[in-house]
Write a protein of this length. Structure first.
Length: 117
């Protein structure tokens, strides 16, 4: 899972995603995955570009395809599901509204790169 997380974070950084956070859910009973990665983007175009970048880089680096990708139709909140890791790519306003990471506030998390307020 570490190599998958590293590859996903790198792909997000390549497309200038920001406020990147991974949440370790392995210690949470009933969690549907081992980890969430959450990031923000400034436009629907950037959300879609990050999703495409993740899919391309993970396939190229690890030979894995996502189980599914949801949300590309409106690209406000896209989920890329790799079974062990689920990636949530939000337009900034949607992330502020849904505050997904607050639902898992008791799980260990890691911030990557620079964070904007």
């Amino acid at each position: 899972m570490d190599k998958l997380l590293e590859t996903i974070v790198s792909a997000i950084e390549d497309k200038k995603g920001h406020n990147i956070l991974s949440i370790d859910l392995t210690g949470i009973d009933g969690a549907i995955t081992d980890a969430f990665v959450v990031c923000s983007a400034e436009s629907t175009t950037q959300v879609a570009a990050i999703a495409d970048g993740i899919e391309e880089k993970v396939l190229e680096t690890l030979g894995e395809k996502p189980r599914r990708i949801e949300g590309l139709q409106n690209a406000v909140w896209v989920v890329v599901d790799y079974m062990d890791v689920m990636v949530h790519i939000f337009q900034t306003q949607a992330r502020e509204f849904y505050r997904l990471e607050e639902l898992w506030a008791d799980a260990p998390s890691t911030r990557y790169g620079e964070w904007e307020a």
